[in-house]
Design a protein around this ligand. Structure first.
Ligand SMILES: O=P(O)(O)OC[C@H]1O[C@H](O[C@H]2O[C@H](CO)[C@@H](O)[C@H](O)[C@H]2O)[C@H](O)[C@@H](O)[C@@H]1O
Length: 262
């Protein structure tokens, strides 16, 4: 485990955030809580991470949120999250904060979404290795099982057509996934909303992908950003893999529980 900010050790910063009066623990799902797998529906949080989150959500003044690029329904299914977890899907477009929310699309947005659907399905049709995933406000093109040449070709074709036929849609590029949405919300917007909703005095957020950087940029000096894996980041701390995230969450849960007992 390393500190991107050399002025403070990860364990010291964890000890500080554990004492905050009202804590929001927010986690990206794929690549952070759950190791990456070939089939999106097969992803599951590591048992140690899930156990730590269940322990955290039981502590006084502590909220747990999953903030994912997945559609909310997909996130609910793979995360097996109890009702006490706050859920954000589709990169900040969908929320489960109490009751589920429907995504409401205008006629223009519905038409734009249909155009995106057509482009992604037509561009991916020649390739068995490319999968299109439906979301309430858009579609994602998965190339995890495709070779490099196929990925380059299909993404170039999609981008060429989107620029002409659906300008204005929001593009998000993740690990082996190129996604288009008719809503432009981000994980930064989601953390802002959850912070306000929970009255958090500090926020812990962990993520692994480019779209998680919006979340890290929404953090302030009292917060704790944890990047999982390689790549440029605005997070203050970094670990190598989901197993390390699980360890950090276990430590945070232990510190928070100790505080509750003190
Ligand atoms: O924000 P996240 O919770 O990290 O969600 C990002 C995307 O996750 C899923 O795709 C990724 O994980 C899959 C399972 O490990 C993997 O097969 C795929 O290659 C990854 O891109 C999900 O399917 C997407 O909808 C999310 O946007």
């Amino acid at each position: 485990m390393t500190s991107v900010d050399p002025s403070i050790a990860l364990s010291d910063a964890l000890g500080v955030i554990a004492t905050t009066p009202t804590l929001l623990v927010a986690l990206d799902f794929d690549g952070t809580l759950a190791p990456e797998v070939d089939q999106p529906g097969a992803a599951r949080a590591l048992p140690d991470a899930q156990a730590a989150l269940l322990r955290l959500v039981d502590q006084p003044g502590t909220s747990v949120a999953l903030v994912s690029g997945r559609a909310l329904a997909s996130l609910q299914e793979v995360s097996e999250a109890p009702a006490s977890f706050l859920l954000v899907g589709s990169h900040g477009v969908e929320y489960r904060v109490g009751g589920s929310t429907e995504v409401s699309l205008s006629d223009d947005e519905l038409a734009l979404r249909r155009t995106v659907e057509t482009i992604l399905h037509e561009a991916s049709a020649p390739y068995d290795s490319v999968i299109v995933e439906e979301k309430p406000a858009g579609f994602a093109l998965h190339t995890r099982l495709a070779d490099e040449a196929t990925t380059t070709a299909v993404q170039a074709e999609v981008r060429r057509r989107i620029a002409v036929e659906a300008p204005g849609v929001t593009e998000r590029l993740g690990k082996n996934v190129l996604e288009y949405s008719v809503k432009s919300a981000s994980k930064g917007d989601a953390l802002d909303r959850l912070r306000e909703l929970t009255g958090a005095t500090a926020v812990f957020f962990a993520g692994d992908d480019v779209t998680d950087e919006d979340g890290f940029r929404a953090l302030g000096d009292s917060d704790f950003g944890l990047k999982c894996g390689r790549g440029e980041t605005a997070a203050r701390f970094r670990v190598d893999a989901p197993a390390d995230v699980a360890h950090v969450l276990e430590d945070l849960a232990e510190l928070r529980a100790h505080l509750g007992r003190a």
